[in-house]
Ligand binder design. Structure first.
Ligand SMILES: O=C(O)CCC(=O)C(=O)O
Ligand SMILES: [Fe+2]
Length: 329
């Protein structure tokens, strides 16, 4: 079903007053929301901190998110095991962009730079009864052989993580919607139904030459979808552009936090109220860096159009993602 989103937000009820808010990437404690805290002031404070972050930097970190350290460790451990496999084994997992293994240099996120210095592995939720011909972004996962990576150390923890991230993403979207005084939640439900939602394991080797600025771990880009929830291994490297000062701002890694950012779909959808900001990765930590973004892109058939009616063209989530993947891979 194709769904329009125009009647969803009542943004005129949340005007920006006073001077332009400062660019910041706050750390927000979500626990008041997750624990169904009835203290409305606390809940309002969570909503307004997130709303302010999304309308300035487009980035915030969350703590009190309810995802156990054990689950996070199991994902990073699975990721390290995968990238330690021999080249020949990893290449057996290669398919189209967005599924399975991606070799070093397969993506160039920033024009004018060398291909990104990272390798990756994508998977989505398992869709029961999936049969060819497959629609884009609805294809089967490609798992490594279990004699190399046993199911209980790889596939199982990763699928559990996907489920947990999916739930967390829906909650964060609810908080984002509250920040815009949404009057009708059924469209949000439509957007979240059977979504394209992908986990990407990433591995960045240490930057080989700090003086060579043609090399980047991930070139400057904006994310394609609705929101991204990022797990990192504690090594720095992620930077966000402050568009007013043109400075790159480091996102300090925290072991208790996920980094959340707005993607292009949500920026378009909210007529720019929520910013999809430019970011990049340069791994100057001197260590191997592992990170795990979860991209929540929404219902593939959902029709995205700006709320202010300024659309000259409308496109579905699937059409938008197909274009963005084609441009960068
Ligand atoms: O690895 C990171 O810290 C960020 C990755 C990223 O921006 C992406 O995959 O879109
Ligand atoms: Fe990104």
């Amino acid at each position: 079903m194709i769904t329009a989103c125009r009647p969803l937000f009542l943004m005129e009820t949340v005007p920006m007053v006073g001077r332009k808010p400062e660019f910041s990437i706050p750390v927000v404690d979500m626990s008041a929301y997750l624990h169904n805290n009835r203290d409305l002031d606390e809940l309002d404070s969570v909503v307004s901190q997130i709303r302010l972050a999304c309308s300035t930097s487009g980035f915030f970190q969350i703590v009190g998110h309810g995802i156990s350290q054990k689950m996070q460790d199991s994902v990073l451990c699975a990721s390290k095991a995968l990238f330690s496999l021999g080249e020949e084994e990893k290449l057996k997992l290669k398919a189209k962009p967005g599924v399975g293994y991606e070799t070093f240099g397969s993506q160039t996120l920033e024009a004018g730079k060398k291909p990104d210095l990272k390798e990756g592995y994508f998977f989505s939720r398992e869709i029961p009864g999936l049969q060819p011909p497959y629609k884009p972004f609805c294809t089967p996962n490609i798992w490594p052989e279990t004699n190399l990576l046993p199911e209980e150390e790889f596939k199982s923890p990763l699928l559990s993580y996907h489920t947990a991230m999916h739930e967390l993403a829906v909650r964060i979207l609810d908080l984002l919607a509250r920040g815009l005084n949404i009057s009708n939640t059924s469209i949000m439900k439509d957007f979240c139904r059977e979504p394209i939602a992908t986990v990407r394991l990433l591995h960045y080797p240490p930057h080989p030459d700090i003086n060579d600025n043609t090399m980047v771990g991930a070139g400057a880009h904006t994310d394609f979808g609705a929101i991204t929830i990022l797990l990192t291994d504690g090594n720095s490297g992620l930077q966000v552009l402050n568009q007013s000062t043109k400075e790159w701002i480091d996102v300090p890694p925290r072991s208790d936090a996920f980094v959340v950012n707005i993607g292009d779909l949500l920026q378009t959808w909210t007529s720019g109220h929520y910013k999809s900001n430019i970011h990049r990765v340069i791994n100057t930590s001197g260590q191997e860096r592992y990170s795990v973004p979860f991209f929540f892109d929404g219902n593939p058939e959902f029709l995205v159009e700006p709320l202010d009616g300024s659309a000259t063209e409308k496109y579905t989530v699937r059409e938008h993602l197909l274009l963005r993947y084609k441009q960068s891979f």
